[in-house]
Design a protein around this ligand. Structure first.
Ligand SMILES: *Cc1c(COP(=O)(O)O)cnc(C)c1O
Length: 405
C-alpha cells in the first residue's frame, strides 16, 4: 500500500464535472459523498442561496426562528411518509444521529422508562463519526476497539435475512426490550459500511419486529434519502414509517451543511408539558441555519420541477447494463445495482489508492474503499458521462489485476 496521495485541488464544478487547478477536468462518480444530486452549480440553488445571504444568513433559533427553516420543516412533513411531522435541524449527519439517539432515550425517560438506554444496530452499518454515532456503526468502521471506553456499548448484530434469522432477531429483541431504546439502521442500502443491499421485505419485517417488541424504529436515510434508491425515501419501498428518521447528505443538494432529525407525532408529544426537564436536551448554535434551509428549499423545488426520479431509473438501467461485464472478470466477487448506486465488489483487498490514481488517469473521480468500487453519481449526469465512468472501472479491473489484491 502507498501512503496517502496528494489531494487534487478543485477550483470549480459544473453538472457532473470537477475542474482541477492544473487544468484537468474529471467526471464525478460519487457526487461529493452522495450530496450533489442536482450536479454542481445548479442556477436555482445558487440564486436562492445568494438571495438568502443578502436577506439573513443566520439567526439563533432559541426564541427566534426564520422563514426558510419554517418552510423547510413544513415541506419535509409533506414529503415524508406517515406522521413524520416534527423536525429538529442540526448541521451534520452525525449530529442528526446523535439527536435521534438522545430523542429515543429521552422518549422512554419521559414516559417513566429509565432503563431503556441501549441501541441495536447492524453489521456493515454506518451512522457517523461522533462518539454516539460511532457506537452504532459496524465495530470495524466505528473503530470500537481503538476507542474502547469512550464509545458506549451497543448491540451490533447481523442483519436478519432468512426466516430462522428473523425468529432469532425477534427473540433477541423481546429478551432485551427492557433495556433497548431503539433499533437504528440504514434502509435498503448500507452505504459507507460496505455498500450492502437488503430487500424492502426484510426492511418491513424488521420494522414490524421493532413494533412488536416495543422499541423505537429509527431509520438513518442520510445516504438513501432524496431519491438515491429509486424512491424519494427508501422506506417508501417497504411501506414502513420509522418513529424517527435522519436526513442530511443530499438535503441541500450538496451545497450547505444541514441535517434533519424528524419524529412522528407520538415521539414529539412525549417532549411536551410544563416540566422543563421534558424538553429535548439538545440545542446546536447553528440549528436551522437560514442559508442551509434556503438551499434545501431550492433543492426540494428541483425535485418537484425536474425529473429526478426518472433520471435515477435511467441511471439504474445504464449501471446494470454497463457494469454487468465486470461480473465475468477475475478478481470480481459481485456486481449489484440499486437505484443510482452501482457496486463492483472485489474478491481481494485492493490497493485503493492505486486504483483511484488509475481512475483519475482515465478522467473520472471514483473513490474505492474496502473491497468495493462504487458509483453514486449526480442524478443529472449525461449518459455519455456515466458510460465513461463505468467503462473506466471495467477497464481498470481488466488491465490492472495487480491492484486488485
Ligand atoms: C454520511 C453518513 C452519516 C454521517 O454524516 P456526516 O454529515 O458525515 O456527519 C451518517 N449516516 C449515514 C447513513 C451516512 O451516509
Amino acid at each position: 500500500m502507498q501512503g496517502a496521495p496528494e489531494s487534487l485541488t478543485v477550483v470549480s464544478a459544473e453538472g457532473a464535472r470537477l475542474n482541477l487547478a492544473d487544468g484537468r477536468s474529471l467526471i464525478d462518480g460519487i457526487a461529493s459523498w452522495w450530496t450533489a444530486c442536482h450536479g454542481y452549480g445548479h442556477p436555482h440553488i445558487r440564486s436562492e442561496t445568494a438571495a438568502q445571504l443578502e436577506r439573513l444568513p443566520h439567526v439563533m433559533l432559541g426564541g427566534l426562528t426564520n422563514d426558510p427553516a419554517l418552510r423547510l420543516a413544513h415541506r419535509l412533513k409533506d414529503i415524508l411518509p406517515g406522521d413524520l411531522n416534527h423536525t429538529f435541524f442540526s448541521e451534520s449527519g452525525s449530529v442528526s444521529v446523535e439527536v435521534a439517539m438522545k430523542m429515543a432515550l429521552q422518549y422512554w425517560i419521559n414516559r417513566g422508562q429509565t432503563r431503556k438506554r441501549r441501541f441495536v444496530s447492524f453489521l456493515n452499518g454506518y451512522h457517523g463519526d461522533t462518539t454516539g454515532a460511532m457506537s452504532v456503526c459496524d465495530p470495524d468502521e466505528g473503530m470500537h476497539r481503538l476507542f474502547r471506553g469512550l464509545v458506549p456499548q451497543q448491540h451490533v448484530i447481523a442483519l436478519p435475512a432468512t426466516d430462522a434469522e428473523f425468529d432469532a432477531f425477534r427473540s433477541f429483541l423481546r429478551e432485551h426490550a427492557g433495556e433497548v431504546a431503539g433499533v437504528i439502521m440504514e434502509p435498503l442500502a448500507q452505504c459507507a459500511g460496505g455498500m450492502k443491499f437488503h430487500s424492502p421485505r426484510q426492511l418491513a419485517r424488521i420494522a414490524s419486529v421493532c413494533a412488536d417488541a416495543g422499541v423505537l424504529f429509527i431509520l438513518d436515510e442520510i445516504a438513501t434519502g432524496f431519491g438515491r434508491t429509486g424512491t424519494l425515501f427508501a422506506c417508501e419501498q417497504a411501506g414502513c414509517v420509522p418513529d424517527i428518521i435522519t436526513l442530511s447528505k443530499a438535503l441541500t443538494g450538496g451545497t450547505m451543511p444541514l441535517a434533519a432529525t424528524t419524529a412522528r407525532t407520538h415521539v414529539y408529544e412525549s417532549f411536551l408539558g410544563d416540566d422543563p426537564e421534558l424538553a429535548l436536551m439538545h440545542g446546536p448554535t447553528f440549528s436551522a441555519n437560514a442559508l442551509g434551509a434556503a438551499a434545501a428549499n431550492a433543492s426540494l423545488d428541483l425535485f418537484e420541477r425536474e425529473p429526478r426520479l426518472e433520471q435515477v431509473a435511467r441511471i439504474s438501467e445504464q449501471l446494470k447494463a454497463e457494469l454487468a461485464p465486470a461480473r465475468d472478470l477475475s478478481g470480481v466477487a459481485d456486481v449489484r445495482v440499486l437505484g443510482a448506486i452501482g457496486v463492483v465488489e472485489l474478491s481481494g483487498t485492493p490497493d485503493v489508492v492505486g486504483l483511484r490514481a488509475e481512475l483519475v488517469e482515465r478522467g473520472v473521480w471514483v473513490r474505492p474503499f474496502g473491497n468495493v468500487v462504487y458509483l453514486m453519481p449526480p442524478f443529472v449526469i449525461e449518459p455519455y458521462e456515466l458510460q465513461q465512468l463505468t467503462s473506466a472501472i471495467v477497464d481498470v479491473i481488466q488491465r490492472r489485476p495487480g491492484l486488485l489484491g
